[in-house]
Design a protein around this ligand. Structure first.
Ligand code: GZL
Length: 327
């Protein structure tokens, strides 16, 4: 059953004029509005779709010049990119932060340069909330809550009464990791028959997940559930389980829960190999453009904007539906 898992603040509402406090805006005689975009990396299918959404939205014909810098999942690379944007005198900066901590000083430099900032996808943890205009992304805690609520309704213990959970975590300190983990850890606390087989960091990549799960499975095979914090790590874990002779999916030993809901994961789900896909919508470009456009008209914008997302099981999915999706 499809679940509507996040409060929708749709694109139209996302540009809802929160305050009518007009502020100074740039002269409107400029050719192109230059946006510096510091992107986490290209670690996952989700990330690639997120970057593409920005490129498809902030086009020259729409009046923008988009400068994308890929940080290869390294926060220092992001700091360097943002400082370069300041030197280049861009009109606006968008940051998809690798991790939440450490942003105070570089964002203060951006503020001192008079350049507005929106944080996209994950969040930053800063003392001074005036350092950025808005945070646009997913309700990661709710994603996790929907996943564990679904698991609570399953018989995933393989008959022995205990649910052994292999937890594959994303990049430590990323908002998506912090909150998807929080939802699961709270649920394990609340269920006396749920316990962690292990918590492993796959850093959101297929290669790292394959490595850590393969190593783990050499000495441990008592797993009932894989809770994997993104699809690419899930694919790595599936390969490791195949090689270890551990079955998953319908009639198999392991119930797989994954986050992102990319086409490849949805196909595995439709075919019964993955049990639950929790969508994490990367198509944030149009919502961002609405916010920036509203800001440029002199209005304040929403501080927190969530993107629309759902959960899927095999009964929700058809080949035509999956093929209709853009990522
Ligand atoms: C979530 C995003 C996460 C995705 C991963 O919004 O930050 O990072 O779930 C990506 O695929 O690597």
């Amino acid at each position: 059953m499809r679940r509507f898992c996040s409060l929708i603040i749709c694109a139209a509402m996302a540009v809802n004029i929160v305050g009518c406090t007009a502020h100074k805006t740039e002269p409107t005689d400029k050719e192109l509005f230059v946006i510096g975009f510091s992107q986490v990396g290209s670690e996952s299918d989700w990330r690639i779709a997120n970057t593409q959404s920005m490129i498809d939205t902030f086009t020259e014909e729409n009046g923008y010049e988009l400068r994308v810098v890929n940080a290869r999942q390294n926060q220092d690379n992001q700091f360097a990119a943002v400082r370069n944007f300041i030197l280049e005198g861009v009109d606006f900066i968008v940051i998809a932060p690798t991790v939440e901590e450490g942003w105070d000083s570089v964002l203060a430099e951006v503020q001192a340069a008079g350049i507005p900032v929106i944080i996209m996808d994950r969040s930053v943890s800063v003392e001074d909330q005036s350092l950025y205009l808005s945070n646009v992304g997913s309700d990661f805690l709710n994603q996790g809550v929907m996943a564990v609520s679904w698991l609570d309704r399953q018989d995933a213990d393989n008959g022995d009464g205990m649910v052994e959970i292999l937890h594959l975590q994303g990049t430590y300190g990323a908002t998506a990791q912090i909150l998807r983990t929080q939802a699961l850890e709270e649920a394990v606390e609340e269920h006396e028959n749920w316990e962690f087989a292990a918590q492993l960091c796959g850093d959101y990549t297929e290669a790292k997940a394959y490595e850590v799960v393969s190593e783990y499975l050499q000495t441990n095979t008592d797993i009932d559930v894989l809770y994997s914090e993104n699809d690419n790590m899930t694919f790595g874990a599936m390969r490791a389980m195949d090689e270890a002779g551990i079955t998953y999916g319908e009639g198999g030993q392991v119930t797989i829960i994954t986050f992102d809901a990319t086409r490849e994961a949805l196909t595995y789900c439709m075919n019964g190999q993955i049990a639950l896909c929790v969508e994490c919508n990367p198509l944030i470009g149009p919502i961002l453009e609405g916010l920036i456009s509203t800001y440029r008209q002199g209005y304040d914008i929403q501080r927190q904007v969530f993107v629309p997302e759902f959960t899927y099981t095999s009964e929700d999915l058809t080949t035509s539906f999956i093929e209709s999706r853009s990522y």
